[in-house]
Design a binder for this molecule. Structure first.
Ligand code: SAM
Length: 290
């Protein structure tokens, strides 16, 4: 298989850009807080009467959230053996995830199966084999922007759920800052790395079209982007690079487009407090039923 068919764009400089974003945005902390509030109740219900629990992470990246989710499942259902399958198409992030598992003492009893490939390839292989492994809990956190066919992907993973299982999708909220930025500048931003932009609104449309049952929760989050408005700030440029998925924000667009994006970020995607500008990065968590 050609490397580009197997691997995602999350390698090298793009992984660094993503790491920088994670450190700056508080995104993982916001998701984790939500996970700790809501998932124990879900896990009790999912685990009731089960003799084993099978978990699948799709597009799990470096696994920081998967590790927390698995630890939470383990502490909620301490007597039930757990297995974990991971579908991830970044070689660098799979290595980071494996290193994280190796140093997390409580995960040593959980067998991991690593599917180093894109979601589309996993789907093809599972369908070709015919014998589908089913799961009690599947998570797809901040990855649906990158799949070829949104509706197909959601209905495939939903079909892998066992009785009482849940598919957890985390994605940028409709009408949040990202949605406003990416829909307004779709033509300029949706180029090679992201060909389309998606938000929770697109996921909900697919779920409704397929008649799938779901519940939606808001995960509030904001992060400071004040430095983005200082052209000499390195941090500001790094954030802008990630937010627009460019290698060099200041070289990638015409001065008019740059000015337009900065104006939109300040006036339509953010709030100002004590002279600081905070970007609205509200997320949506959608729990799809089996
Ligand atoms: C924004 S990152 C999110 C990573 C992780 N879920 C988190 O929240 O930290 C997107 C992830 O999706 C992966 N990805 C991109 N396209 C994919 C595809 N077609 N199939 C599976 N994973 C994919 C990337 O390699 C990356 O790890």
């Amino acid at each position: 298989m050609a490397a580009e068919e197997k691997q995602t764009c999350y390698e090298g400089g793009y992984v660094q850009s993503f790491q920088f974003y994670l450190e700056h945005s508080g995104e993982h902390e916001a998701v984790l807080q939500w996970v700790q509030n809501i998932l124990p109740g879900e896990f009790k219900r999912i685990g009731a009467g089960k003799s084993s629990l099978d978990v699948l992470g799709v597009g799990s990246g470096g696994g920081q959230l998967d590790v927390q989710i698995l630890s939470l499942l383990q502490s909620t259902c301490p007597t039930v053996p757990i297995s974990s399958d991971i579908v991830e198409g970044s070689a660098e992030l799979v290595d980071n995830f494996k290193a994280l598992v190796a140093k997390t003492a409580n995960l040593q009893k959980i067998p991991f199966v690593w599917h180093f490939m894109k979601s589309e390839e996993y789907e093809k292989q599972v369908k070709a084999k015919g014998d589908m492994k089913r799961f009690d809990f599947i998570n797809m956190i901040q990855m649906l922007y990158h799949v070829d066919d949104l509706a197909e992907t959601i209905s495939f993973y939903q079909s892998l759920l066992k009785e009482n299982g849940r598919l957890m999708i985390v994605i940028e909220a409709v009408k949040g800052g990202w949605d406003t930025l990416w829909r307004t500048y779709q033509k300029e931003l949706c180029t090679d790395v992201a060909l389309v932009y998606r938000s929770s609104g697109d996921v909900v449309d697919c779920l409704k079209k397929h008649g799938l049952k779901y519940e939606e929760h808001v995960i509030p989050n904001t992060f400071e982007i004040t430095e983005c408005f200082d052209p000499s700030s390195k941090n500001g440029e790094c954030l802008l690079n990630f937010m627009t998925m460019q290698d060099h924000f200041h070289q990638s667009f015409t001065p008019e487009i740059r000015a337009g994006i900065l104006d939109l970020l300040r006036n339509k995607c953010s709030t100002e407090k004590d002279g600081k500008i905070f970007f609205d990065s509200t997320l949506s968590c959608i729990l799809v039923y089996a």
